[in-house]
Ligand binder design. Structure first.
Ligand SMILES: Nc1ncnc2c1ncn2[C@@H]1O[C@H](COP(=O)(O)OP(=O)(O)OP(=O)(O)O)[C@@H](O)[C@H]1O
Ligand SMILES: [Mg+2]
Length: 241
């Protein structure tokens, strides 16, 4: 299977603050990879480098085999959920998703269907005429997550997708991710929900202060840490530093 995402020797600092140090990882088609680490570990910085929001100080990022600085077209392959999605308060749910479909070059005749389908999946249909500004935090997160799937992306880059979602919302996100991955896609998911990561991710990378602590499949990480769960392994490995 080909690598859909490759990060090679990534470094990023903000002024004097080192946020990511010599990080490498790759994700093959058909795989879900968890990016784990305590607050401030560098997860969001990695994610922002992948989607082109931040310029790495050093290192290479390849999406579908193409170095991202050499082409803008890779962006159409990516479905991105930011950590703090900024949603326009004055648009309705349906207007916003329709607007994003146009922005993402979804054909007009398909866009209406796709927006309807995503609103159904994320139980937003009854709220389609509500202003986003009037929605609860979790409902806004549902809208943000739905928007990441609007153009049927091949590669998902989701920064804390489960944050604020109720159990049904979390289940919907998981099944949408699984569906894309099953059809040859790949996903990078940053999360603090280690129980979920343990069951949901094929492989994970744990980072701390910008550096990789361990990377691999969940079972091998549990073995390395002599732990019964990913959560226990995480705590043990971080505390050793
Ligand atoms: N815009 C910024 N300017 C300066 N420093 C920043 C900026 N964004 C992040 N940092 C610093 O970079 C480091 C990594 O932050 P980052 O947001 O990538 O961590 P994270 O793993 O996503 O954390 P969290 O779990 O809290 O979301 C931290 O030390 C943080 O203070
Ligand atoms: Mg973050």
């Amino acid at each position: 299977m080909e690598d859909l995402l490759q990060i090679k020797g990534l470094w990023k600092s903000y002024g004097g603050t080192l946020a990511v140090a010599d990080l490498s990882l790759s994700i093959k088609a058909g795989k879900i990879h968890g990016l784990l680490g305590p607050n401030g570990a560098g997860k969001t910085t990695v994610v922002k480098c992948i989607v082109g929001l931040l310029k790495p100080d050093k290192g290479e990022i390849l999406v579908n085999g193409v170095e991202i600085t050499s082409s803008e077209s890779y962006k159409s392959l990516i479905g991105y959920l930011p950590e703090d999605p900024a949603l326009p308060e004055y648009l309705t749910v349906e207007e916003f998703l329709g607007y994003l479909a146009r922005l993402r070059s979804v054909k007009p005749q398909e866009a209406k269907l796709r927006v309807g389908e995503l609103m159904e999946i994320f139980s937003l249909t009854r709220l389609k005429h509500e202003f986003i500004g009037s929605l609860s935090k979790g409902l806004r997160q549902r809208v943000a997550v739905a928007s990441a799937f609007i153009h049927k992306p091949k590669i998902l880059i989701l920064d804390e997708p489960f944050l604020g979602l109720d159990p049904e919302g979390q289940l919907k996100v998981k099944s949408m991710v699984k569906d894309i991955v099953k059809h040859g896609g790949a996903a990078l998911i940053s999360t603090h929900m280690l129980d979920t990561a343990e069951r949901f991710c094929d492989t994970v990378t744990i980072i701390y202060m910008g550096r990789e602590i361990v990377s691999g499949d969940v079972e091998s990480i549990k073995q390395v840490a002599d732990a019964n769960s990913l959560e226990e392994a995480f705590i043990k490995l971080i505390n050793r530093r």
